[in-house]
Design a protein around this ligand. Structure first.
Ligand SMILES: [Fe+2]
Ligand SMILES: [Fe+2]
Length: 410
């Protein structure tokens, strides 16, 4: 038993120092630990004054090179071949992280670049300008913007999912593999989206921020299952689709905002759509690499994923009041033409053309069956989309009240 809180704090500092310090000594090369944090923490306790027995008494486990590696390594993958394939083009991913796809450091844009600077003497004028422009944006467009923001704010869910794709995970949080770096870099870019939209909405003064925050918390709590089943193939097929869908949605919200005079909001949406566009290219490039190595494997997963339809990330959103919040939000998005059933068909068509699915040769008979099925999908979806959109045109517009905008109707 420790007598005082000071002693407990000292022991805690010792444990932290020892665990992190020992991590560096025992970590296999692919799991590097940054030396700067080490230096700070090791300064708390001089490791040379601690005996091995004391260390074991406190930490309970003695790690050495191989035991730590064994503990971190998987004994069996569900998809060993898929992991082998994505491992094979990891060097390309490494280059993509650094050079092409992800912006980092000073070069990268930040939410503050697109918002009033509250530290400046003219902060009030800047904020007034934003609010005046926002006042001209109709409620229905705000509802779509809020739904998009809520979706972005559930980023913890998406990073969690990304780390479930076998071979792409980040087992220690600072793993120095191409795929783990991709996962963290992608998340760091996505993090700006919810951040920027959230601050914009807060400053606009048009929305019930508390109701929106409740929705975000519920959505993160509820989670989301894209049907990836830990498979990197399915994961990248899904993200190839989804990044394009978000690019379209943010881009269209921006265009409509501009039409209502909110040029600042248009710039915000265009910037975010630009990120989604780079992400889309990256995920589609990953699938192109998979196709070069295992076309039958990718087509099998593509076909299967499409038979189950693409689940949208915010489908489980709720504000605790409206049991049909997601349906009502997407009905507004559809009505405004921000994201429609036709977009769904267009995205599938884009992917089929981009990956030249119809031109693949040397497939197994199963692969050929999937190829035929997938190539027919865009037309099928377009017909369905046209039919359902025409039906909607003839129907009377039904508006719903949204807690996000103080129960006004949209
Ligand atoms: Fe995003
Ligand atoms: Fe994205």
């Amino acid at each position: 038993m420790l007598a005082s809180s000071t002693e407990r704090a000292a022991l805690l500092a010792l444990i932290v120092a020892l665990s992190v310090g020992s991590g560096a000594a025992f970590a296999p090369t692919s799991f590097s630990v940054r030396s700067s944090s080490l230096a700070t923490l090791s300064a708390t306790v001089d490791p040379t004054v601690v005996t091995k027995k004391e260390y074991q008494d406190i930490c309970g486990v003695e790690f050495n090179d191989s035991t730590l590696a064994d503990r971190l390594a998987r004994t069996a993958y569900l998809y060993p071949k898929h992991v082998e394939v994505i491992d094979d083009f990891a060097p390309l991913v490494d280059r993509m992280v650094d050079e092409i796809l992800l912006e980092t450091g000073e070069k990268s844009w930040q939410p503050q670049d697109y918002l009033p600077d509250l530290s400046q003497s003219n902060w009030l004028e800047q904020t007034k300008e934003l609010r005046e422009a926002a006042a001209g944006v109709p409620d229905d467009l705000f509802v779509v913007l809020i739904g998009d923001m809520v979706t972005e704010e559930a980023l913890p869910t998406y990073q969690t999912l990304l780390n479930t794709f076998e071979g792409c995970d980040d087992p220690i949080g600072t793993t120095n593999s191409a795929w783990a770096r991709w996962s963290r870099g992608w998340t760091s870019e996505e993090n700006r989206h919810g951040d920027l939209l959230n601050k914009y909405l807060y400053l606009s003064g048009k929305t019930d921020m508390r109701a929106i925050e409740v929705t975000i918390q519920h959505l993160i709590t509820s989670g989301f299952n894209p049907g990836a089943r830990k498979d990197p193939y399915r994961g990248f097929l899904y993200t190839s689709f989804q990044e394009r869908a978000t690019k379209i949605s943010h881009g269209n919200v921006g265009k409509l905002a501009k039409a209502h005079g909110a040029v600042d909001l248009q710039r915000i949406c265009a910037k975010i759509a630009g990120d989604e566009g780079r992400h889309e290219k990256a995920y589609q490039a990953f699938c192109t690499e998979i196709l070069k190595r295992d076309p039958d494997g990718l087509l099998a997963e593509f076909g299967d994923l499409m038979r189950g339809q693409i689940v949208m990330p915010a489908e489980l959103m709720t504000d605790g009041r409206d049991p049909h919040l997601y349906e009502n939000f997407s009905a507004v998005a559809q009505r405004l033409g921000v994201y429609t059933a036709l977009d769904y068909a267009d995205i599938i068509e884009h992917l089929v053309n981009h990956w030249k699915i119809g031109e693949l040769t040397g497939l197994s008979s199963e692969g050929e069956k999937e190829q035929n099925y997938i190539c027919r999908l865009p037309d099928r979806y377009r017909k369905l989309a046209e039919r359902s959109m025409n039906k909607k045109k003839d129907e009377e517009v039904v508006t719903q009240s949204f807690s996000w905008i103080f129960n006004r109707k949209a």
